[in-house]
Ligand binder design. Structure first.
Ligand code: PXP
Length: 247
């Protein structure tokens, strides 16, 4: 299991004052020192948090690997092909959303084509490419048809479940999707809305090989420091994988 930390919201605090602190590049160094396997950043078309400067510096300084989240058909695609991060994750993007609200709507007019073109460009540049999708069979089949290496299962509905029954339903959905994805020859990642309280059952889903977690870790880091926040999440993930935690 690879554990990637998304440092977008370090940049969100910086952009609240449009100054130069806190620096997500410095944060990424602490994240790596705390044992994470990689750094994730979302360079949005509107640059609301992470900037091109951040991604360029991260490419120079990160020792593990950079997973760059981006939307297809944006200028960020050119930047990705130029910088060639270890991995690119294609996500949907809407300017009015607070955060990424759902997986790629591959069944919608134009989305499949735009995503396919982006996958081809990123793959031709030698970048491992993943698609952020809802845990639905149809989305997984369409992803496999595009020849992508991996899918990141959207865990938002699991994370936002109103009660335990709904959480169990969403967890079963994630398990089934992970199995389906493996059957289609896809590597399986997961993320969005994962916290110290809800990460364990997801981390225990055997086919999932990578988790991307941001907001909850940055939130805890404000109170206890980045290294401790990352280590504490790392312990939960490792315990879930070794079956130490019963649930
Ligand atoms: N994975 C993807 C594709 C995302 O867009 C995000 C949010 O930027 C995350 C994971 C991390 O979500 P969170 O900040 O809720 O942990």
């Amino acid at each position: 299991m690879r554990f990637y930390v998304n440092v977008d919201h370090v940049a969100t605090v910086r952009e609240a004052r449009r100054t130069d602190e806190p620096d997500p590049v410095r944060a990424a160094m602490l994240v790596e020192l705390a044992g994470a396997d990689g750094i994730t950043v979302h360079l949005r078309e509107d640059r609301r948090h992470v900037s091109e400067r951040d991604v360029r510096l991260l490419m120079d300084t990160v020792r593990t690997g950079v997973n760059l989240e981006l939307a297809a058909a944006t200028d960020v695609l050119d930047i990705a092909c130029d910088l060639r991060p270890m991995q690119a994750t294609l996500v949907p993007e809407r300017r009015e959303e607070v955060t990424t609200e759902g997986g790629l709507a591959l069944g919608e007019q134009g989305v499949l084509e735009a995503t396919g073109e982006a996958v081809d460009r990123l793959s031709s540049a030698g970048i491992r490419t993943s698609l952020f999708v809802d845990p639905d069979e149809k989305m997984l089949e369409l992803s496999a048809d595009l020849g992508v290496t991996a899918v990141e299962l959207h865990t938002g509905e699991y994370a936002n479940a109103a009660d335990q029954e709904e959480r169990d339903t969403q967890l079963a959905r994630l398990c089934a999707a992970a199995q389906t994805a493996v059957g289609l020859g896809l590597a399986v990642h997961a993320g969005h809305g994962l916290t110290y309280e809800n990460v364990t059952p997801v981390a225990a889903i055997a086919p999932i090989e990578e988790l991307n977690i941001g907001h909850s870790i940055v939130s805890r880091a404000v109170l206890v420091g980045m290294e401790r926040a990352v280590r504490e999440m790392g312990v939960l993930i490792r315990e879930a994988r070794s079956g130490v935690v019963a649930f």
